[in-house]
Design a protein around this ligand. Structure first.
Ligand code: IVH
Length: 703
């Protein structure tokens, strides 16, 4: 793997992991299983190990959880709220103890007492007591900044407003807010009963999400109506400690009136810890709440202090996770779900089965390859697994039968009937009707008006979702037929705000061609490709003529099979790429463009946008001549006067190409303070390097 590839993958991973963090921690609506999430973070860690100089400032390895959601006030934690390292085997537990001993430089016969207690599956919360009175409750957030949930926490019976007994002046109790399995089931049933439309009823995936969604409410009355519980497992900032061991402080917290786990044991060797782990595991299904492992903590606090923390987890604690729980059941149907970005995911509908106390009726089958690998058909008996997970998985087919016909993956999107295609070399099958597909519309609308696309000020996701829900905005064309009166008829819209939005929309009726192309959300067409296409074709008509020509070419040929087919595809790809005819566009992009325009629904939507009074502006700008015309420029480090986007635009206006990475093809590097590996590489390759001021002189001289 080259450095550029690694950097690109790290960038992609950072964005993807951040998105899943947000879905999990902020929206309480995860899309992937914990195991898949772990695989992403492991891949990130692996690449960072191989390419330590490429570790990003926004690397997921440096973060705990996700930044807090928008609507609650933020609070900085007096002491960071940490996460825990995970272990999955006895060896890893033994290694943890050995590491502790090594770090503390203990002799072999020195005794190390370690507590063991259940790891409850809730969300952590910090309760700040001053002079024994609750003054602040905060969620973990990203570990440094959380959300203020004080009024909400006050509604939880387990959390005293005032501690009893001899409490230090400042004492932050940290622990877990959770919901019992029974209360979770009752809450979901209630939400279903109360919903106007049962198909759209909000349902929580598991007790953890229900607890998070219930605690993080703007309106504490909602929290009050949700049966939340709390137990303490540690502390944050304190003015004094009531004991010098973990177990001693926990006893004190209990004596002040805050619940702690019933199952805290103290052990001095691996055998004891593992016995406690097995004991807790055996009780797991019968416990009234979800647990996903056992937490070990070095008991002596002076040792905890010496051990300190690495990155985001203490060296003195370890979470020993339970293995995934498994069960067998019957596969009753395979349904296809369409994700917000058009990915078709097969979902196994199962005969309900209890897995570790939770009734499972659905499991993911991931993709068509996975169905083929498992060889599953409706009616098969399957083994499934739930790993404290959001989405259970199908592990194995217990009744494979080659003779019955195999499952056929649909070639049409079940939501909108557009073609569903699988790109060469990809595992996922995607719906190509992005602009009309109900499953994707909100996401597409958001993309359409987003900052890099049409950039319509004041039309954010909240409005889009509300307009969509009320039928005011179903597809991009509806943006441009929106009337001021439509807005004024709605709550919270007044003359000025309505006029502002209408003006912002009108201001975008002639978007630059590249932004318009980007806005369509064609797969693989990002900013750079959209710009290349716009520069090459200069007008929508010319672009459309080219597409129609290439589509005809794509249809000319007869399908063939085997080696012939491969050669044919190769030839066709080459022809298509040549016909699209811009630099930097490979078969992947070219075919994605064609798939998009081949789908009649998409053409209809584009036509409707034009009919609503939108006309992409032709590209007219003449390239200004300058010493950098025709050269490749890389910007690195932090620029002061310019944003990275503006600097790139300047380069392009001067007929230069702005690239992301330094390579042999680079002619000039503009480096600001803090420039690192790219600057080094430029020096190695003998490439000219200038600072921002010199760059601005070049721009000014070009006039
Ligand atoms: S101790 C220094 N003990 O698990 C970190 N955490 O995966 C303090 N959790 O953020 C955590 N039960 O929210 C600790 N008995 C327990 C726990 C526990 C659940 C949560 C906690 C933590 C997360 C880490």
């Amino acid at each position: 793997m080259t450095e550029a590839e690694a950097a690109a993958e790290l960038e992609r991973l950072a964005a993807e992991i951040a998105r899943h963090n947000r879905l999990y921690h902020t929206d309480d609506a995860p899309e992937i299983s914990d195991a898949d999430y772990d695989a992403l973070t492991r891949r990130n860690a692996e690449l960072e190990r191989q390419f330590p100089h490429l570790v990003r400032a926004d690397s997921p390895s440096k973060q705990v959880g996700a930044a807090p959601a928008g609507h609650l006030a933020k609070v900085a934690h007096a002491l960071q709220m940490l996460s825990l390292d995970n272990a999955f085997s006895e060896e890893e537990v033994a290694e943890f103890l050995a590491r502790v001993r090594r770090y503390l430089n203990l002799t072999d016969d020195a005794e190390v007492a370690v507590t063991a207690e259940p790891k409850i599956d809730g969300l952590s919360c910090s309760l700040r007591y001053e002079k024994g009175v609750l003054v602040l409750a905060a969620t973990r957030g990203d570990g440094t900044t959380g959300e203020d949930v004080t009024p909400n926490a006050r509604t939880i019976g387990d959390i005293p407003q005032r501690l009893s007994g001899d409490v230090p002046d400042i004492f932050e109790i940290r622990g877990e807010v959770y919901m019992s399995k029974a209360d979770f089931a009752a809450l979901n049933a209630r939400l279903l009963a109360e919903a106007e439309d049962p198909d759209k009823a909000r349902q929580f995936a598991n007790p953890r999400n229900a607890a998070a969604g219930s605690l993080r409410q703007k309106d504490a009355a909602v929290t009050r109506s949700r049966p939340l519980r709390f137990y303490a497992h540690g502390w944050g900032e304190v003015s004094a400690l009531p004991a010098d061991t973990q177990s001693g402080v926990m006893r004190a917290i209990k004596s002040w009136g805050v619940p702690i786990s019933h199952d805290i044991g103290l052990f001095t060797d691996v055998t004891g810890l593992i016995a406690q782990y097995r004991k807790i595991e055996a009780k797991r299904a019968d416990l009234p709440f979800d647990i996903d492992g056992v937490v070990y903590k070095v008991d002596r606090l002076d040792w905890q202090r010496r051990l300190g923390q690495v990155a985001r987890a203490p060296r003195w604690a370890l979470a020993h996770k339970f293995p995934a729980e498994k069960a067998e059941t019957i596969l009753e149907a395979i349904d296809i779900q369409v994700g917000r970005t058009g990915k078709l995911t097969p979902v196994a509908r199962l005969k309900p089965v209890s897995v570790g106390g939770v009734t499972v009726t659905n499991a993911t089958l991931h993709n068509a390859d996975e169905i083929a690998r498992l060889g599953v058909r409706v009616g098969d008996r399957v083994r499934i697994q739930r790993a404290g997970d959001v989405i259970p998985q199908v592990l194995e087919n217990l009744t494979p039968d080659e003779k019955r016909p195999a499952y056929v993956f649909p070639d049409k999107c079940p939501e909108c009937d557009s073609d569903a295609v699988r790109e060469e070399g990809e595992v996922d099958i995607r719906c190509t009707g992005g602009l009309i597909c109900p499953a994707q519309r909100v996401e597409r609308l958001r993309h359409f008006v987003g900052r890099h696309a049409l950039d319509i000020e004041g039309l954010g996701i909240t409005h889009i979702e509300a307009f969509f829900r009320d039928g005011l905005m179903q597809s991009p064309a509806d943006i441009f037929t929106l009337k001021k009166d439509d807005l004024l008829a709605r709550e919270r819209w007044a003359e000025v705000s309505a006029q502002n939005l209408i003006d912002a929309i009108d201001a975008r009726r002639m978007p630059p061609l590249d932004r318009f192309l980007l806005a369509l959300g064609i797969r693989h067409v990002g900013e750079v490709t959209a710009r290349d296409l716009a520069r090459r074709y200069r007008s929508w008509d010319a672009f459309q003529t080219m597409i129609d020509g290439v589509l005809a070419l794509r249809h000319e040929t007869q399908p063939v099979i085997g080696e012939e087919e491969r050669k044919f595809l190769q030839r066709r790809n080459k022809a298509v790429v040549e016909a699209v005819g811009t630099q930097n566009i490979g078969p992947e992009v070219a075919n994605a463009l064609l798939d998009f325009f081949e789908e009649g629904h998409n053409r209809e939507v584009v036509a409707a946008i034009f009919a609503a009074g939108v006309a992409p502006a032709d590209v007219v700008h003449e390239v200004r001549q300058s010493p950098v015309t025709g050269k490749t420029v890389v910007f690195t480090g932090s620029l002061e006067a310019l944003s990275r986007d503006e600097a790139k635009a300047q380069a392009e206006a001067l007929g230069a190409k702005a690239a992301g990475d330094v390579s042999k093809k680079t002619d000039l590097v503009v480096a600001g303070p803090g420039a690192g590996s790219k600057l080094k590489k430029a020096a190695e390759l003998g490439i000219e390097v200038i600072d921002e001021a010199a760059w601005l002189r070049i721009v000014a001289e070009a006039g």
